[in-house]
Design a protein around this ligand. Structure first.
Ligand code: XIL
Length: 342
C-alpha cells in the first residue's frame, strides 16, 4: 500500500517531518515519508524559535533543507507557522531593555518576520498556517502576548502581511479541538470577519490529536460541514490517535501533573500493542477515514503528525516517557495491517 495512491481520489496525504529526519538523507522515516505522502509540514523547523531564536539572527539551514527535499521529491510544502503564542521566544515581545513593545512596534516586528520567512520561500511554499491556536475553547480569542499588545486584529494583520510576502501562497488558520461547537463558532466568526474585510483566507486546519475515546466523530463531521459552508478549504492537520489514556483535566485545558501521568500508566504497552487495542485503533481510524472520504469534496488534505510510531511526538505528550502507537506506520516501519480497510 502506498498511502498517497490509496487516497489519490480523495485528498492529499501529508506528514510532519522532523529536523533529525531532514538532516539525514538516509533516515528511514524520511524515505518512507517521500514514498507515502505528497505533502510535508515541518514539525518544528519553521517555528519562530527555530528560524529566529535570537534578535537579528535567522537560521534557515533546516528549513532550506526541507524545502530542497520537498522540491526534489515533488512534494507540496505547507509552512508551519508564522504567528503563534507557543515556541516563540519572549524577546519577540520586548525591546532591548526588556520592556514590552507597543502595538506599532510589535506589528512592525511581525511584518518583518513574515516577510523574512514567508518571503524567502514565496515560490516554494504552497501554503502557510499563518496563525496557529489563537482561540480559546469557548471560541473567544486567547489572551496571548500577540492579542494583548496588538489587539484583536493581530490575526487580520498577520494574514495581510502573509499575503504581501507570499502572494501566491494559500493562507490557513490552524487550531485544535475545532470539533467543539463553541470553538467551531469562534473559528467561523473569524473566517467570516476576514472575508468581510476582503482579507485572503483560503483554508482552515483542524488539528486532530485524538484518542480512542476522544472526541465524538459526529462533532468532527459537524465542523467539517460548517467550515466547508464558509467557502474555505478544510484541511485535516496533525492527525494522530493515541491508544493511551488522555488525562481528563488536560482535555479541560488544565495542566496535567506528573502524578496523574504515573497513575495512568503511560507505559502500559511498552512491549507491544495488544491485539484488542490495535483493533480499537483500527475501528477509530476506519470511522474517521469513512467520514473524511464522505466529505472529500471539502477536504483538501489529511496530514499526520509524524511518520511512524517510533518517533511520534505523542511518545512525549501529554507527558514524557509514553510508549504510544498513534500512526499508520509502526515502529518497524511497516504499514499497519488495518490500513487496507480504510
Ligand atoms: C509539537 C511538535 O510535534 C513537538 O516536537 C514540539 O516539541 C512541540 O510542538 N500543535 C501544533 C504543533 O500546532 O506545532 C505541535 O507540534 C503539536 C500541537
Amino acid at each position: 500500500i502506498i498511502l498517497k495512491d490509496k487516497f489519490a481520489d480523495n485528498f492529499k496525504m501529508g506528514t510532519a517531518i522532523s529536523k533529525a529526519q531532514v538532516l539525514n538523507p538516509s533516515d528511514p522515516e524520511l524515505l518512507l515519508a517521500a514514498k507515502h505522502f505528497n505533502t510535508f509540514t515541518p514539525e518544528n523547523s519553521m517555528k519562530w524559535e527555530s528560524v529566529n531564536p535570537l534578535p537579528n539572527e535567522y537560521q534557515f539551514d533546516v528549513a532550506d533543507a526541507l524545502v530542497n527535499f520537498a522540491k526534489n521529491n515533488n512534494q507540496q510544502l505547507v509552512g508551519h507557522t508564522l504567528v503563534w503564542h507557543s515556541q516563540t521566544p519572549d524577546w519577540v515581545f520586548e525591546d532591548e531593555s526588556g520592556n514590552l513593545l507597543n502595538r506599532d512596534q510589535l506589528l512592525q516586528r511581525m511584518q518583518h518576520h513574515i516577510k523574512t520567512v514567508a518571503g524567502r520561500y514565496a515560490d516554494q511554499i504552497f501554503a502557510w498556517d499563518v496563525v496557529n491556536e489563537a482561540l480559546n475553547e469557548d471560541g473567544t480569542l486567547r489572551e496571548s502576548k500577540w492579542q494583548q499588545i496588538i489587539g484583536d486584529d493581530f490575526i487580520e494583520q498577520a494574514f495581510i502581511f502573509a499575503h504581501l510576502a507570499a502572494p501566491k501562497a494559500k493562507l490557513y488558520y490552524n487550531d485544535y479541538n475545532m470539533f467543539k461547537p463553541e470553538k467551531r463558532a469562534g473559528a467561523i466568526a473569524l473566517i467570516n470577519r476576514l472575508k468581510q474585510k476582503g482579507i485572503q483566507i483560503d483554508g482552515v486546519g483542524m488539528q486532530a490529536h485524538y484518542s480512542l475515546d476522544y472526541p465524538d466523530f459526529a462533532e468532527v463531521e459537524d465542523s467539517i460541514v460548517a467550515f466547508a459552508a464558509t467557502g474555505v478549504d478544510v484541511m485535516i492537520t496533525e492527525l494522530d490517535i493515541s491508544v493511551l489514556p488522555f488525562p481528563e483535566n488536560l482535555a479541560e485545558g488544565a495542566d496535567v501533573s506528573l502524578d496523574v501521568a504515573l497513575q495512568q500508566q503511560y507505559n502500559l504497552y511498552k512491549d507491544g500493542i495488544p491485539k484488542d487495542v490495535e483493533q480499537q485503533l483500527a475501528s477509530r481510524y476506519q470511522a474517521l477515514f469513512s467520514l473524511y472520504k464522505k466529505h472529500s469534496d471539502s477536504i483538501g488534505r489529511v496530514t499526520f503528525w509524524g511518520v511512524s510510531d517510533k518517533q511520534t511526538w505523542r511518545n512525549g505528550w501529554p507527558m514524557q516517557g509514553r510508549t504510544d502507537y498513534p500512526l499508520l506506520i509502526d515502529r518497524n516501519m511497516q504499514i499497519k495491517g488495518f490500513v487496507g480497510s480504510l
